[in-house]
Design a protein around this ligand. Sequence first.
Ligand code: GLP
Length: 240
Amino acid sequence: MDVRIFDSIEELDKEVARLIIGAVKENPSVVLGLSTGNSPVGVYKNLIADHQQNGTPYGQVTTFNLDEYAGLDGESPQSYRYFMNEQLFDHLDIDKAKTHVPSGIGDLEENCREYEQKIQAAGGISIQLIGIGTNGHIAFNEPGTPFDSLTHVAELSQATIDSNAKYFPSPDDIPLRAVSMGIQSIMNAHTVYMVAFGKSKAKAIKEMIEGPVTTALPASVLQRHPSVYVFLDREAASLL
Ligand code: GLP
């Protein structure tokens, strides 16, 4: 793992965005894996600013998001599709048909199979941007998820439900399940960029980097990936 520590979240966001912009310029039809949550928002802001200032083209770029809540369609403000449109896609010249977020409605098992096939058909993910949950989850792969899992219907842990409650009008509105790329789907990406900042992530980050590789801390599997970059602020890195 290549661990990079930044004095500020702004510098961290700029650097990750610079690398993604470089990848898009080098290969305008690059396949990007994207994520939601608070962690990637600053990176997305930088991608948008660069697109507006320098015109970096996204017309040929394909994207795959990690996950989506079960039962929410893209019109729901809490859905990850809505989030991605609002935080990134609506501000780029990207072809929406080339942006993929798992579907949380209809036959979920079928959606999972189709999603995995679409990733394969696109030639796999070149760069996967991910965050980490305070319990070490990646996407919605909670502790105990098998390392060989592909896109699947995931049950959210209580810790995740609690951390994500702030995004919903009332705790009863939080879906208990999601469609999520699996651990193997993430490991299949050519390169992984993890972004984590803040004290709440410090313990999970320490265990991910220094602890044993165990399904109890799903992100620890990244120790086995040949190309992982971990971008941290000083707080997230404080226990290393
Ligand atoms: C959610 C998402 C993850 C994300 C994590 C951390 O549960 N499914 O993909 O990495 O939360 O979110 P945040 O970046 O808001 O801390």
